[in-house]
Design a binder for this molecule. Structure first.
Ligand code: FES
Ligand code: FES
Length: 155
């Protein structure tokens, strides 16, 4: 029996030892906002937070995540959209949207560490996430806008 807290809810379930965390999230709990975009651990579409760290859920066995706190894109919005979600929408930080859940989860992690990130910190923070559409300019603008929104909320 495995147990983890997913988006604030304690979940117990049985899967075999080879099951990936992304498979548990998508197939077992139908949290399909966590995408699979590659089979080489490179694209970052599958990024979730595990104990507040950004992890690629396609590279982690569910067994390695047992006992942890997992947050997926579905868990971010509580009272309306999360500021990072709002900023990506407003700044057109997406086109097809396939990379977006992973980008947003990595951005949340980045802004937890660097509330007012420089361009270099943003590039470094999102280095594990690939977008094939946007050219990244609007993504960087969205991260900056999100940082501002979060700061305004906390003042
Ligand atoms: S699906 Fe591409 S890194 Fe996980
Ligand atoms: S918006 Fe299409 S891959 Fe990023």
């Amino acid at each position: 029996m495995m147990q983890m807290t997913i988006n604030g809810v304690v979940q117990e379930f049985e899967v075999d030892d080879q099951t990936l965390l992304v498979e548990v999230l998508r197939d077992h709990f139908h949290l399909t906002g966590t995408h699979i975009g590659c089979d080489t651990s490179q694209c970052g579409c599958c990024t979730v937070l595990m104990n507040n760290e950004a992890v690629k859920s396609c590279t982690m066995l569910a067994a390695q995540a047992t006992g942890s706190q997992i947050v997926t894109i579905e868990g971010l919005a509580s009272d309306g959209l999360h500021p990072v979600q709002e900023a990506f929408s407003q700044e057109h930080g997406l086109q097809c949207g396939y990379c977006t859940p992973g980008m947003i989860m990595s951005t949340v992690h980045l802004l937890n560490r660097h509330p007012n990130p420089s361009d270099d910190q943003i590039k470094e923070g999102l280095a594990g996430n690939i977008c094939r559409c946007t050219g990244y300019v609007n993504i960087i603008a969205a991260v900056k806008s999100a940082a501002k929104k979060i700061q305004e909320k906390t003042v």
